[in-house]
Write a protein that binds this ligand. Structure first.
Ligand SMILES: Cc1cc2nc3c(=O)[nH]c(=O)nc-3n(C[C@H](O)[C@H](O)[C@H](O)COP(=O)(O)O)c2cc1C
Length: 324
């Protein structure tokens, strides 16, 4: 099934503000949805399921108010369930998501299979984050409505596949929703993803550097100053390939070019030494991630302003394609 027309008509751009651990909170999600962009957040950003209930109630009320004020339905909010086996909160978070009758859910870091039936029974659209053709096939077999193709250069735990090859490979066997994730820095990139066969694009890093994100100011400033070459692909911090900002690693007292590569670093042990000199260093909370899209971060606008600029770029890209 392609992107439902009833959903598409509520979007100002074919875009999802991607879910980001410790970054996406209610202010970012509400602003994204009000601006006509799907606003996503990991449920893991709430410390308890009670807090998740509170966030969902607050966001849902705000979006109802937005609809009343404007006479137009905003874009949907979209919780992200991290369905990794180690996440014991999945059943409780899933129950909260169902209580609040959300329209759209993204699953990541594992098979969507265990959460599919309750979500589909509730009429929810499910998008699964996948990093290989095999993952894509498994998610389709589990009954998802869409695939988020995690490609090389994405922020956070990244993909490794070339985006051009990945989209075309998946389009040989899948006519459902496809979302491109990784390295999308502007409206031109979104238009290019559509040309390639995607229905939607994901933007993560660009939304970290917005006024509404939960990221620290120093993180936002580092994104503004950093460029593509400052992004280091490493397994050192999580045991999985993750794109990290070199300057944040250096600021934590580690050498980005000499990180131990035997599995995950014991963060506590390795950074404690520098913490003695820098009591404000909070281990991994001060070692920050960014995608290749970091080169597109030039300032820290509001979410509404970022969406407005991106929409202008997207419209310009579409016009230039029509002229050819
Ligand atoms: C700081 C950070 C945290 C992230 N946390 C999550 C997460 O909790 N769940 C998830 O599915 N993806 C997470 N991601 C990945 C994003 O959803 C998205 O795939 C990625 O940011 C896209 O690449 P881009 O940053 O170049 O736009 C995270 C990315 C970053 C940069």
């Amino acid at each position: 099934m392609p992107l439902p027309a009833s959903l598409k008509s509520r979007l100002s751009l074919p875009l999802i503000a991607a879910p980001m651990f410790l970054v996406s909170g209610p202010a970012l999600v509400k602003a994204a949805c009000r601006a006509g962009v799907i606003g996503s957040f990991p449920t893991a950003n709430c410390r308890t399921v009670e807090q998740l209930d509170g966030w969902l109630a607050e966001m849902t009320d705000d979006l109802k108010r937005a609809a009343d004020e404007t006479g137009r339905a905003p874009a949907p909010l979209c919780p992200n369930l991290i369905v990794h086996r180690s996440n014991t909160r999945v059943p409780d978070d899933l129950a909260a998501v169902l209580r609040h009758e959300v329209e759209l859910v993204i699953t990541s870091v594992g098979s969507p299979e265990p959460v599919m039936k309750p979500l589909k029974d509730a009429g929810c659209l499910v998008l699964a984050d996948v990093a290989s053709v095999r993952h894509a096939e498994k998610a389709i077999a589990a009954g998802v409505d869409g695939l988020v193709l995690l490609t090389a250069g994405a922020g956070g735990q990244t993909g490794w596949v070339n985006p051009f090859a990945f989209v075309r490979a998946v389009r040989t066997f899948w006519d459902g929703i496809v979302v491109m994730a990784g390295g999308m820095a502007d409206g031109q990139a979104i238009a290019a993803a559509e040309t390639l066969g995607c229905d939607l694009a994901y933007m993560g890093t660009k939304f970290i550097a917005t006024r509404e994100s939960l990221a620290k100011d120093a993180y936002k400033e580092m994104l503004v100053k950093s460029r593509l070459d400052d992004v280091l692909l490493t397994k050192a911090f999580t045991g999985l390939e993750t794109n990290m900002l070199r300057p944040s690693i250096a600021a934590a007292g580690l050498d980005p070019d000499n990180l131990p590569m035997r599995g995950a670093i014991d963060i506590a042990k390795d950074i404690n030494a520098s913490e003695r000199d820098r009591p404000d260093a909070k281990r991994w909370k001060d070692i920050w991630s960014a995608g290749h899209s970091v080169s597109g971060v030039a300032d820290v606008p509001s979410v509404a302003e970022l969406v407005r600029r991106t929409a202008d770029e997207y419209a310009a890209a579409k016009r230039s394609v029509q002229r050819v």
